[in-house]
Every structure is written in structure tokens, then in C-alpha cells.
Design a protein around this ligand. Structure first.
Ligand SMILES: Cc1ncc(COP(=O)(O)O)c(C=O)c1O
Length: 485
């Protein structure tokens, strides 16, 4: 193992550690999508300015920034596009706040990012959840349109719908069919496409939500395209949402000092995708095709394939997200994640109990894919045959994500007086905190929900497997804040 790798582990100053990582031979199968390859931005300090003459104001755009946003709208196929410099997080907060009335009712997929829950808190919304199907591979699948239809029939008070598609794992829902159902009631559909900004540039990927009729679509540029972290876009494609209100909320949730460095990166990314996107995406999909073909020869490690999307549990899959299952080996996902890092210097995006995720983008290089397949082949050869699959290792999405009994709304719970209880002794109490599995940051429990024995045992299983649980104020996750009786 090169010394540099050890140096990196020992560095204690962030800037120095980042420098060592950059200089190491560690390959990034993680975000951001630029894969640490510079497009052509100059020294960051040299272009880091404030709203000086001629450079417009993102909160009141009339010049170069207004033009830049129009160019983004054209490139991504929207009526109107807003630059987000506080990530998709700020776009989701703004979209939900603008599209729903205060104290209204939001129908949302349970596997939503925490920002959707935070918007529900800030707007004092009632939340009704859509639980995704359990897909093959033990991951959360699509939200079938029939679930949306059922919820809209059962809860006529719903004011808007929020769907995450693709998920962190790349699972896509049938947005076209969902949009038709939502629009039949003249309600707005917001799609969190944070992980799908690349869909607009190649038809080898799922159809972008903007083309499927969504009213608002939020995309993180930094996740899958060559753009700096925190950059994202909010697209509007209908008159069902008041853009005046949207601008008001973007003003509230975004910093008053938008970084010109980030905005320059967005402009550059948009231009790059318009000029070279089609060709680069074609080269990228060829690399992916070759990788998936090679992966078919693995004996025990298994790679999730789009063909697994043959039923309602999985409408479509973004195959740039490579999911590698350890289900048929003696390894947990976390063990494989560490082996790939320590033995092969391949940094994965995340690991779950039984799989790891490699995020790829059009900026990935052929040798990256080659290193990944070689590492998987060697690891596959080394795993012992017919290793029994221990049930406690297969902590599937279906087991992890349930919707606990709601006691009260998120905001009603957070705004009450609290008690702090040992987590173990909290059964039957109403949680005032989130408990997330991170990544992907989807709540196992949200404020206002009743803590059940089943939920507490899932949390303890996740912890035993070394999965990261976050959310409670008590960083050790031993105590939880509950609503005072
Ligand atoms: C599904 C989903 N939506 C939204 C976000 C927030 O995106 P950002 O990091 O750009 O704020 C994330 C972040 O990981 C996410 O996974």
C-alpha cells in the first residue's frame, strides 16, 4: 500500500487531508460527479467575488445570472430554471413551501430526503406517506401509481404530491402516470430528481421528470454531473405553482451571499453538457455496458441489473448507480466497502447491510471501471463457496422502513415540551426527533410518530451491523427526546 494512503489516514488538518486524498491513488466512486476532474475553472480565489458591478444578483437577477438561468432552462428542457447554491435541499424546501398552503396536507414518498420533512415542519403540514414497494436485492423500489391514486381517493384534503425519483439506489417511479393522476385533481407534483440531473442528456437513462409532466423538478448538479458540491437546479414547468411565491422562499432558504464560484461552475457544467454532453454520455454508457457485461461472470457477488426492473416493484433503474450485493457471500456490505477501500483504494459512495453502491458519472475514466471489475473479480474468487446467508445480515429496505403509527404532525410534536428517555425504554412514546439511517438519510422514525418495539429492534440491528444512525441530539443514540406526557 503506498505511503501516501497512510499519510492521508494520519493527517489531522482538513485542508492537508484533502490534499493527500487528491494525491493518493484512491479512485472516487462517490459524489461529486466531476470525479475531482477540473473542467476549466481558474484558481478558486481568483473568481470568488460578491455582487459587484456587472455581475448581477441571484436574488434579483436581471443580467448575466438571469441569462445563465435561462440557458440552464433551455439545456434541461424547463420553462424556467433557478440556480440553487444551497443544494437540492434549498430547492425542496422552497418548492414544498411555495406549492402547499400552510397547515396543508402533503402526500410524500416515505423514502424522501430529510429536507422534505423539514419543509413539512416549517409549513406545519400534515404528512401522508407512500411506502415504496420492496424491490429485488432488498432495496426500496418504485412508488406504483396505484398507491398514489388510492391515497388521493382516501385523503381528499391532499394539497400536493412529492415523489423521490430516482432514489439514492437509482430506482425510478412512473412519473408520467403519477403526474396524470395528480393533475386530474389539479394538484402540483414535485419530483426530487436530485440524483438524476444526467437523465436529460441520453435516452439510455430513464426519461427525465420534466418530460413526464412534473410541475417542479429539483436536480443536484453536483451529484451526477461535472459541477461543484452544493450546486443544484430547480425547474418549473407549469403554472400550477406561483413562481412569485417560489422566489420568495428561495430568498428565505438560500444564502444572501451566493458563491460566484459555484454559479460559474453551474454555467460551465451547463455549457459542457450542451456542447459535449451527448458524445460524453455515449462513451460513458459504453463503459457501463462493458462493466455490467463483465459483472455477469461474478459467481457470488451480484450486481443489480436493469433487467431486475421487470415488474411493478421497479419501474426503471438508473444504471449509473452500481449496486453490488454481498448476499451470496460471507461478507456484509460494510466489509466489502472496507475491503475495496483498504485493498484496492476504491472509495465507494456507501454501504448498507448487504450491498455497496458505486456512483459513476460521465467523468469516470476507463481505468476506474477496470479497477472496480478487477477488484470485484478477485474478491469474488476469494469468497468461500456456498457460504450460508445469515438472516441477520440481510437487513432489507422492507425490514428497515416501515411507517410507524402517527401520533401527531411533525410540527405539533416538535413544538411540545419534551422528556428525554433511554431509547430502550421509549416504546409507546411519541418521538420528537428523527432517527435516520445515514446514508441515505431517510427517517426510520419522524417526529410525531409512536416508537414501537419493532422499530427499536430494527435500530439495534442496524447498529450491530455498523450502519450509521443519526438524528437524535444524543450523538451516542442512547437517549431520545419524546413528547412530554
Ligand atoms: C434523494 C435526495 N434528495 C435531495 C438531497 C439533497 O441534495 P443536496 O445535497 O444537493 O442538498 C439528497 C442528498 O443526498 C438526496 O439523496
Amino acid at each position: 500500500m503506498p505511503d501516501l494512503f497512510y499519510t492521508m489516514q494520519k493527517s489531522c488538518f482538513l485542508d492537508q487531508k484533502l490534499q493527500s486524498y487528491t494525491e493518493s491513488d484512491c479512485y472516487p466512486f462517490h459524489m461529486p460527479g466531476h470525479k475531482r476532474g477540473n473542467l476549466e475553472l481558474p484558481n478558486p480565489y481568483s473568481i470568488d467575488i460578491t455582487e459587484i458591478e456587472g455581475f448581477d444578483n441571484l436574488h434579483h437577477p436581471e443580467g448575466i445570472l438571469q441569462d445563465a438561468q435561462s440557458r440552464a432552462a433551455e439545456a434541461f428542457g424547463a420553462n424556467e430554471t433557478f440556480y440553487l447554491i444551497n443544494g437540492s435541499t434549498s430547492g425542496i424546501l422552497s418548492a414544498i413551501s411555495a406549492a402547499l398552503p400552510r397547515k396543508g396536507t402533503l402526500l410524500m414518498s416515505r423514502n424522501s430526503h430529510k429536507s422534505a420533512y423539514h419543509a413539512a415542519y416549517l409549513m406545519e403540514l400534515e404528512t401522508i406517506y407512500l411506502l415504496p414497494m420492496a424491490a429485488k436485492f432488498g432495496i426500496s423500489g418504485s412508488i406504483p401509481p396505484v398507491f398514489v391514486e388510492q391515497a388521493l381517493n382516501d385523503f381528499p384534503q391532499i394539497n400536493g404530491v412529492f415523489i423521490t425519483s430516482p432514489t439514492y439506489d437509482g430506482i425510478v417511479s412512473d412519473i408520467q402516470a403519477i403526474a396524470d393522476l395528480v393533475h386530474a385533481r389539479n394538484l402540483p407534483l414535485i419530483v426530487d430528481e436530485a440524483h438524476g440531473a444526467h437523465f436529460s442528456f441520453s435516452d439510455r437513462f430513464p426519461r427525465p421528470a420534466l418530460k413526464c409532466g412534473a410541475d417542479i423538478v429539483i436536480q443536484s448538479l453536483h451529484k451526477t454531473l461535472p459541477c461543484l458540491t452544493q450546486t443544484a437546479l430547480l425547474h418549473v414547468n407549469s403554472s400550477r405553482v406561483d413562481t412569485g411565491l417560489l422566489k420568495r422562499f428561495l430568498n428565505i432558504y438560500q444564502t444572501s451571499s451566493p458563491s460566484y464560484l459555484l454559479m460559474a461552475s453551474m454555467e460551465q457544467c451547463t455549457r459542457f453538457m450542451q456542447e459535449e454532453g451527448a458524445e460524453r454520455m455515449e462513451q460513458f454508457t459504453e463503459l457501463l455496458d462493458q462493466f455490467y457485461k463483465n459483472a455477469e461472470n461474478l459467481r457470488r457477488l451480484k450486481v443489480f441489473h436493469r433487467d431486475s426492473c421487470s415488474d411493478e416493484t421497479c419501474f426503471d433503474h438508473d444504471f449509473s448507480k452500481i449496486l453490488i450485493s454481498t448476499g451470496n457471500t460471507g461478507l456484509t456490505g460494510i466489509q466489502l466497502y472496507h475491503m475495496l477501500l483498504q485493498n484496492y483504494h476504491l472509495q465507494m459512495e456507501m454501504s448498507s447491510g448487504h450491498y455497496v453502491t458505486a456512483l459513476t458519472s460521465l467523468m469516470d475514466r476507463p481505468q476506474g471501471f477496470q479497477r472496480l471489475i478487477s477488484a470485484l473479480e478477485e474478491t469474488d474468487r476469494k469468497t468461500r463457496p456456498s457460504e450460508p446467508v445469515r438472516p441477520d445480515r440481510l437487513l432489507t429496505a422492507e425490514m428497515i422502513y416501515q411507517i410507524p403509527k402517527p401520533g401527531m404532525s411533525i410540527s405539533a410534536a416538535i413544538d411540545q415540551n419534551s422528556d428525554i428517555l433511554p431509547l430502550k425504554a421509549s416504546t409507546g412514546h411519541t418521538s420528537q426527533e428523527y432517527i435516520y439511517l445515514y446514508p441515505p438519510g431517510i427517517p426510520l422514525v419522524a417526529p410525531g410518530e409512536i416508537l414501537t418495539g419493532k422499530l427499536l429492534s430494527t435500530i439495534s440491528q442496524c447498529r450491530k451491523q455498523g450502519l450509521s444512525i443519526t438524528g437524535p441530539t444524543d450523538m451516542k443514540n442512547e437517549n431520545i427526546r419524546v413528547v412530554k406526557l
